[in-house]
Design a protein around this ligand. Structure first.
Ligand code: BTN
Length: 320
């Protein structure tokens, strides 16, 4: 492992406590002059370091760091390679552009800030720099085994579970993949699919409001962020790792066409079954009672005239 990675691991694992310069020097196998260069390298990676007579400490929450995310993740597919940017137009675009590169399957792209973050249904996704998780996961689906709708459902569930693993906050789901905390939106998922010569390129874009959220007047549905519920700033690294682990697990289930567990895990986090809803789907507005939420068949509704509707996850949204 290179010295900068060794140092950032040690600093991160101290959870904001100081590492003495002697310890740092031994761990990195570097003399004081070389250490100066390593501090500069970590600063370039976006980390803030504070020096005191006790040594050096990492200011938390820290910058998104590929090494801290990848290490011991046990990624078989999702998260085998992680890249972090200071600013991009949209992480979904960066991930899609990487699709032609060898080994891009499972790539994770993160950014501190997006110039043109996209939400579902042509909306914008707003997030101040350095506060939240802006992430895209690229999958190359050569066999065509991954259904867009099932992925849309699975990704929302993975985000809810990953947040819960990292923070113990109880997340709920709203069709098709809004993640809610006490009724307010804390995360959203945008799945984009492009057909290529060799299979399909799927980009799962995930936005999680970790330490900031947009004001109500700027968004369609009221938003919240994790720090508001935890009562202090939240470390994004752990949230990302939690989500990637869960997403990797659900994608394995989808590839093996095992949908039962996904179906019941989703239903357990969703209060919509038996409720009356208003849904927009491909320009139509459907009002009725929810009978079920199915990974492949979509939102199953019985309207006021007794007609059954199967509304696909990728193109429908609950508006009331
Ligand atoms: C939604 O509308 O609820 C989906 C929001 C998805 C936002 C994320 S942020 C990272 C990725 N890049 C984008 O441009 N959008 C997604």
């Amino acid at each position: 492992m290179d010295s900068a990675n060794r140092l950032i691991e040690m600093l991160y694992d101290r959870r904001g406590e100081a590492l003495s310069l002697d310890e740092a020097s031994t761990a990195a196998g570097a003399n004081r002059r070389r250490l100066e260069k390593l501090w500069a390298l970590l600063a370039q990676r976006g980390h803030r370091l504070e020096f005191s007579p006790a040594g050096v400490r990492l200011v938390l929450p820290t910058a998104m760091d590929a090494h801290l995310i990848e290490r011991n993740l046990g990624a078989r597919r999702v998260g085998r390679q992680v890249i972090c940017f200071a600013e991009v137009d949209s992480t979904n675009d960066v991930a899609a552009k990487s699709a032609e590169q060898t080994g891009a399957d499972g790539l994770v792209v993160l950014a501190e800030c997006q110039r043109c973050g996209r939400g579902r249904l042509g909306r914008r996704w707003l997030s101040p720099p350095g506060a939240n998780v802006l992430m895209s996961v690229l999958l190359i689906d050569r066999r065509g085994a991954l259904s867009h709708d099932a992925l849309t459902i699975a990704a929302g569930l993975a985000v809810a579970e990953g947040i819960e693993d990292a923070t113990a906050l109880p997340c709920r789901l709203k069709w098709p993949n809004d993640v809610l905390l006490e009724g307010r939106k804390v995360a959203g998922v945008l799945v984009e699919l492009k057909r290529r010569r060799r299979g399909c390129c799927v980009v799962i874009g995930i936005g999680i409001n970790v330490n900031a959220h947009p004001p109500d007047e700027e968004v369609e549905s009221p938003a919240t962020c994790l720090s508001r519920h935890v009562g202090e700033q939240v470390e994004r690294t752990e949230v990302v790792r939690g989500v990637l682990r869960r997403l990797g697990g659900w994608i394995e289930e989808l590839e093996a066409a095992r949908l039962q567990a996904l179906h019941s895990a989703w239903r357990q986090r969703c209060e919509m079954v038996n409720q009356r809803v208003v849904v927009e789907s491909a320009g139509k507005r459907v009002v009725g009672r929810v009978l079920d939420v199915d990974p492949l068949e979509g939102l199953i509704i019985c309207d006021d005239h007794g007609h059954g509707w199967h509304l696909p996850a990728a193109t429908s949204t609950v508006v009331g």
